[in-house]
Design a protein around this ligand. Structure first.
Ligand code: SPV
Ligand code: MG
Length: 429
């Protein structure tokens, strides 16, 4: 009996998979290398069903004789162990981001005269299309809520992008690079949600209004969302906030250790802002954690010591106290261009705590790449205001041009063609 190897994610089993497995079965005994959740993450294709759930389905298919884990996007380890006579795959990987793994498979198979068999993939069974369909159908509240923790478990670092309305969120939902990279989730920023509503970032936009924005975003997207909870408000009110956010499917709230009238952190000491005591802030974290109704919701504590120039020892002392009080993550903020204080904090925090997720918001220290953050142990990077800041300069310019020219012709080149605007919205055509 010949040995046949097929690697699968099998999040949504479809006719394409069956076609591949059927061909493999005709060739011999089929061993499926099922990508582990981490291997899927390497392919930027984190499944909705975890490994065990996917395994339960695949191992019961009649074409499959055995399922083993493939713990990397590369086939190398499993192929060297099994030395199969055949590897079977859809021919779509000749052209897409999996090309490099295909080349590796071909070279490995040469070592024992194995053969790669490729099955033509018809357009209508392309994975991508199925996933777009799923996005159109939507996602359940629980699935969206729990997805942030799941992503934190399977990916080394998450990229979160600011959204302030449904259209900006659609852009975040669908933007993808050639190697299948995309944003992992969304940030509901207090700064940009307030600004989009024409109000200052001082907790003047109330929770109901913030929730309206989020509901509109959730209607058209599937990615998880982190909520900028400002100071969290009064300790007595905070438990209600947590429950409300959970109920609509928000994955996490970040609260900052300031008190009184909050002003935006990027104003620093220019604004009159005060930091809460460690004791009070820990009590707020605890009140939130006690109120939570799901296991997956996260309360992340944001430290403002650098913003208020209180130094690294204060920041670290607060970080450890907040984790002890139950915080599910620590966000350390800075408004300096030079990232030294941020990196020193991360290194010193990681010496004592290798588990608690660290969040950074590199608005000022914007030259640091995602891989550099990953190397030092950051888990979440939030691009906190870029969708809003990139959208409005264009609007301002066009408003001025139309007034000056007394017609819109001159402004046309700064506007997106109507057809392209329509293409931003799935289901328009
Ligand atoms: C926000 O986006 O509202 C934030 C981050 O809180 S910052 O503006 O840098 O304070
Ligand atoms: Mg904010």
């Amino acid at each position: 009996m010949k040995k046949v190897y097929v690697a699968l994610i099998a999040d949504f089993l479809h006719a394409g998979h069956i076609k591949v497995l059927k061909k493999a079965y005709e060739l011999g005994e089929v061993i499926v290398g099922l990508y582990t959740d981490k291997a899927c993450a390497e392919l930027n294709d984190v499944p909705y069903l975890d490994f065990e759930k996917r395994k339960a389905v695949v191992e019961n298919l009649r074409f499959v004789s055995k399922v083993i884990p493939q713990d990397s996007a590369s086939y190398r380890k499993n192929l060297l162990t099994l030395k199969p006579d055949y590897v079977v795959h859809g021919d779509d990987w000749k052209y897409n981001y999996k090309k490099k793994y295909r080349e590796e498979v071909i070279n490995l198979l040469k070592k024992w005269n194995g053969e790669l068999i490729e099955i033509p993939y018809s357009k209508d069974i392309k994975d991508l299309k199925l996933k777009d369909e799923l996005k159109r159908i939507g996602i359940t509240t629980n699935m969206r809520l729990s997805r942030l923790r799941y992503l934190l478990n399977v990916k080394k670092i998450l990229k979160i992008m600011e959204v302030h309305n449904a259209l900006s969120a659609l852009i975040v939902e669908y933007t993808k690079t050639e190697d299948n990279d995309s944003f992992d989730g969304m940030w509901s920023s207090s700064l940009t949600d307030s600004t989009a509503k024409g109000k200052p970032d001082i907790e003047a936009v109330d929770l109901t209004s913030r929730l309206n924005t989020i509901n509109e975003i959730f209607e058209v997207t599937t990615k998880p969302l982190i909520f900028d909870g400002d100071t969290g408000g009064r300790i007595e009110h905070f438990p209600y906030k947590v429950k409300t956010l959970e109920r609509i499917g928000v994955s996490a709230i970040i609260i900052e250790d300031k008190k009184g009238l909050k002003k935006n952190s990027l104003l620093g000491t220019e604004a009159n802002q005060t930091q809460d005591s460690i004791e009070n802030f820990c009590a707020k974290i605890k009140a939130g954690k006690n109120a939570q109704i799901t296991e997956d919701f996260m309360i992340i504590a944001r430290i403002e010591s650098f913003i208020l120039e209180k130094g690294i020892d204060d920041a670290l002392k607060r970080a450890f106290a907040y984790v002890k009080a139950g915080a599910d993550g620590i966000m350390i903020h800075s408004r300096k261009k030079d990232p030294d204080e941020i990196f020193e904090f991360i290194n010193r925090f990681r010496e004592k705590d290798s588990i608690t997720p660290i969040v950074v918001v590199p608005t000022s220290f914007n030259k640091i790449r995602i891989d550099e953050f990953e190397k030092v142990g950051v888990n979440i990077v939030i691009y906190a205001n870029h969708m809003l800041r990139s959208a409005y300069p264009g609007m301002k310019k066009v408003a001025e041009i139309i007034l000056k020219n007394k017609r819109s012709f001159e402004a046309e080149k700064y506007c997106m063609p109507i057809k392209k605007i329509l293409d931003l919205i799935p289901g328009t055509r």
